[in-house]
Ligand binder design. Structure first.
Ligand SMILES: Nc1ncnc2c1ncn2[C@@H]1O[C@H](COP(=O)(O)OP(=O)(O)OP(=O)(O)O)[C@@H](O)[C@H]1O
Ligand SMILES: [Mg+2]
Length: 282
C-alpha cells in the first residue's frame, strides 16, 4: 500500500459493475478516492450510477471488475465484510424505511443490541450518538411523531452509534422540507468538522454540494468532473451539459458577468453572492 492509499478512506480502482451479466455496465471503469476527513458530494443525473457506486462503498454490491478498498480492506474479501460495514455506515432516502422501533432511543440502540454489545456500552454509545445528531431531547418520543428531518437524524444517530469512520448518505435530504434539509446538513457538517467523520453525500441539491470540500460529477456510469465546488460550479456550461443545475448564486453571477458586471469567478453560495452585489450597489 502506498502513502496515498493509506490516507484514503475509500478507493475505487477501475470499477466495473453490471446488474445483468450481459447488460451494459452501470459503472464503467470508475476510479476515484475519498480521503479521510473529507466531505465529498456526488452529483449526477437520474440513473447515472450514483447509488450503485455508493453501494460498493460498504460491500452491499461487489465489483464485476476492478477493486474497491475501504481503509485498506478489499470489499471482495468476505472475511472483512463485518469490519467494512462497521467502518462505512449508510443512510438512505426514506427515513420511514430505516426506523424500526417505537421509541427513538430504542431505534438508535437497535443495531447495537443485535450485535450483542453490552447494555452499559450501548447506553454510552446511544447517548453520544443522539447528542451528536441533535436528537437527544427527542429520545423518549415515538419516531412517527417526529418531522422528516428529525426522523432522518434518528437514522443518522443509529448509524453513528456504530462508531463508523465514514457516513455515506444517498439522497438523505431528498424527502425533507427546506428546514429539515438544513438541520440534517448542519448535523452532517458537524459530524464531519467536529468529529472527523468522512462523509460521502449523494444529492440533487446544488446548494448542499456547494458546502462540500470536493464535488464528483457522474454521467453515464463514469466520472465526468471532479474538483472543489468553486471549480465545478464555475463551469456552468459543462455542468448543464450533464443535465445538472448549478447553485442559483453561480447562475446569477454568470449572467451578470456576461452582462458586464465585474464579479469574481467561483461564487457559489447565496451569502457570498449577496455580499458582493451589496458591495457593488453601495
Ligand atoms: N436492482 C437493479 N437492477 C437492474 N438495474 C438497476 C438496478 N438498480 C439500478 N439499476 C439501473 O442502473 C442504472 C444506475 O442506477 P442508480 O440507481 O445507480 O442511479 P442513480 O444515479 O442513483 O439514480 P437516481 O438519481 O435516480 O437515484 C440505472 O439505469 C438503473 O435503472
Ligand atoms: Mg440513486
Amino acid at each position: 500500500m502506498n502513502n496515498e492509499t493509506e490516507k484514503e478512506m475509500i478507493t475505487a480502482h477501475d470499477l466495473v459493475f453490471r446488474y445483468n451479466e450481459d447488460g451494459r455496465p452501470v459503472l464503467n471503469h470508475v476510479s476515484m478516492g475519498i480521503k479521510k476527513g473529507e466531505l465529498v458530494a456526488v452529483l449526477g443525473a437520474n440513473g447515472c450510477g450514483k447509488s450503485t457506486l455508493a453501494k460498493h462503498f460498504n460491500a452491499i454490491l461487489l465489483p464485476a471488475g476492478g477493486t474497491v478498498i475501504v481503509e485498506g480492506m478489499d470489499t471482495a474479501d468476505e472475511d472483512k465484510l463485518y469490519d467494512i460495514r462497521q467502518k462505512v455506515g449508510m443512510v438512505f432516502q426514506n427515513p420511514d424505511n430505516q426506523i424500526v422501533a417505537t421509541i427513538v432511543e430504542e431505534d438508535v440502540a437497535f443495531a447495537l443490541e443485535n450485535l450483542g454489545v453490552p447494555p452499559q456500552e450501548i447506553r454510552t454509545r446511544i447517548d453520544e450518538a443522539m447528542e451528536m445528531s441533535g436528537i437527544f431531547k427527542h429520545r423518549h418520543k415515538a419516531p412517527h411523531n417526529l418531522s422528516g428531518g428529525q426522523k432522518q437524524r434518528v437514522a443518522i444517530a443509529g448509524v453513528i452509534a456504530m462508531r463508523p469512520d465514514c457516513l455515506v448518505m444517498d439522497e438523505s435530504t431528498a424527502m425533507l422540507d427546506p428546514r429539515g434539509r438544513e438541520r440534517v446538513m448542519k448535523t452532517v457538517r458537524k459530524l464531519n468538522q467536529d468529529f472527523g467523520i468522512t462523509v460521502v453525500m449523494i444529492t440533487h441539491y446544488m446548494e448542499e454540494a456547494a458546502q462540500a470540500d470536493r464535488v464528483i460529477v457522474m454521467g453515464g456510469g463514469e466520472i465526468k468532473m471532479e474538483g472543489t465546488p468553486q471549480e465545478i460550479f464555475s463551469q456552468v456550461e459543462q455542468v448543464k451539459a450533464l443535465r445538472l443545475d448549478v447553485p442559483q448564486a453561480s447562475e446569477l453571477c454568470l449572467e451578470l458577468t456576461k452582462a458586464g458586471v465585474p464579479l469574481p469567478r467561483g461564487v457559489i453560495t447565496t451569502e457570498e453572492c449577496a455580499r458582493l452585489l451589496y458591495q457593488l450597489l453601495a
